[in-house]
Ligand binder design. Structure first.
Ligand SMILES: NC(=O)c1ccc[n+]([C@@H]2O[C@H](COP(=O)([O-])OP(=O)(O)OC[C@H]3O[C@@H](n4cnc5c(N)ncnc54)[C@H](OP(=O)(O)O)[C@@H]3O)[C@@H](O)[C@H]2O)c1
Length: 267
C-alpha cells in the first residue's frame, strides 16, 4: 500500500480535476466513500477514466472506498433505501461504488464506522469478506473505530482479518496509542486523517521547526515523514498543487531515532 493517500472528501465538483492532478503529481492511492453527503465518488471515477486514457495503469493506483451506514448518510441522497435490510444496503452500496468508480475491483473496502445493532455490523463485514473471496475486493477494514475492544472483537470474529484502520489522529483519542500498537501486532495498516488540521500545536512546535530547518523541508513534510516513520499512512486532503508536490517529496531523507522520539513526546 502506498505511504500517502489522496483524500477526496468535500471536493465537490472540483473532485475530477483534483484527483487527476494528484495522480499526475504522483499520488498512488485514492480514498473515497459511497457517501454523497461528503464525497463525489462518481467524479473520482471520471478522474480515473481520464487518467487511464492518459496512460495511468490500473495496477499502479490503489483505490479505497467505504460503505457508509445510514447514520452517516443524508437520507435524501444515499445509495440504498432506509427501508432496505442491511444486506441489501451493503450490496446496493457496493454495486454503486463499482458503478461510480467504473471499476470491477476495489483494492480496499472499509466500513465507515462501527454501528449498531452489532449483528448488522457483523453481517456487513461478512458480506465484505465474500467480496474478497470472489476476488472483487483486495482487502477490507474499518474506519472511526476508537474502541480497542470493538476492534479486537471484530478481529477475533473475522474470517478474513481487517487490514486497515482509518482514524482521526488527534489528542482527544490520545493519538490511538494502544490501538496503533494493536494494529502493529495484528498487521493492520493504520491510516490517519485530520493529520495536519487537528495538530496545529505539533506543526508549530519548536521540535518541528528545528527539523524543518535541518532538512530544508516544510513543517508538513516533516510531520508526514514522521507519520510514515512510525508506520502511519496519512490521508492528504490538499487542494493545492504546491502541497501535492511537496508532500510527496519526502523520500530523500530519514529522521533520526532521537528526532522521531522528540516528536513522539509531543503526542
Ligand atoms: N473516515 C472518515 O470518517 C474521514 C473523515 C475525514 C477525512 N477523511 C479522509 O481524509 C482525507 C483528508 O482529510 P483531512 O481532514 O485529514 O485533511 P488534512 O489533510 O488534515 O487537511 C487538509 C487541510 O490542510 C491544509 N494544508 C496546509 N498545508 C498542507 C500541506 N502541506 N499538505 C496538505 N494539506 C495542507 C489544506 O489546505 P490546502 O488545500 O490549501 O493545501 C486543507 O485545508 C479526506 O479527503 C477523506 O478522504 C476520512
Amino acid at each position: 500500500m502506498p505511504k500517502m493517500i489522496y483524500g477526496t472528501a468535500w471536493k465537490k465538483e472540483e473532485t475530477t480535476r483534483l484527483v487527476q492532478e494528484a495522480l499526475s503529481f504522483g499520488f498512488k492511492a485514492i480514498d473515497t466513500a459511497c457517501q454523497p453527503k461528503h464525497y463525489r465518488e462518481d467524479l473520482v471515477g471520471i478522474a480515473l477514466q481520464k487518467s487511464f486514457l492518459n496512460g495511468l495503469k490500473r495496477e499502479d493506483v490503489f483505490i479505497q472506498t467505504k460503505f457508509t451506514p445510514i447514520n452517516g448518510q443524508d437520507t435524501n441522497d444515499m445509495p440504498y433505501l432506509a427501508s432496505d435490510d442491511i444486506i441489501t444496503q451493503i450490496e446496493k452500496s457496493f454495486i454503486k461504488s463499482k458503478e461510480n468508480l467504473k471499476l470491477d475491483f476495489i483494492d480496499s473496502y472499509l466500513i465507515h464506522s462501527p454501528f449498531s445493532p452489532l449483528e448488522d455490523f457483523l453481517n456487513v463485514y461478512k458480506t465484505m469478506e465474500e467480496y474478497v473471496e470472489v476476488g472483487q475486493v483486495g482487502q477490507i477494514g474499518i474506519s472511526n473505530c476508537y474502541d480497542i475492544n470493538m476492534l479486537s472483537y471484530l478481529y477475533d470474529k473475522a474470517k478474513i482479518k481487517p487490514k486497515v484502520l482509518q482514524n482521526r489522529f488527534y489528542k482527544d483519542s490520545f493519538y490511538d496509542k494502544d490501538i496503533r500498537e494493536f494494529c502493529k501486532n495484528k498487521n493492520i495498516s493504520y491510516q490517519s486523517f485530520w493529520s495536519l488540521s487537528a495538530n496545529p500545536n505539533i506543526l508549530s512546535s519548536n521540535e518541528l521547526l528545528v527539523l524543518s530547518k535541518k532538512y530544508n523541508k516544510t513543517l508538513a513534510q516533516i510531520f508526514y515523514k514522521f507519520l510514515n516513520e512510525i508506520d502511519i499512512t496519512p490521508l492528504n486532503g490538499t487542494t493545492s498543487k504546491i502541497h501535492m508536490k511537496e508532500d510527496l517529496d519526502i523520500l530523500d531523507f530519514n529522521l533520526e531515532i532521537k528526532e522521531i522520539n522528540s516528536i513522539l513526546n509531543l503526542l
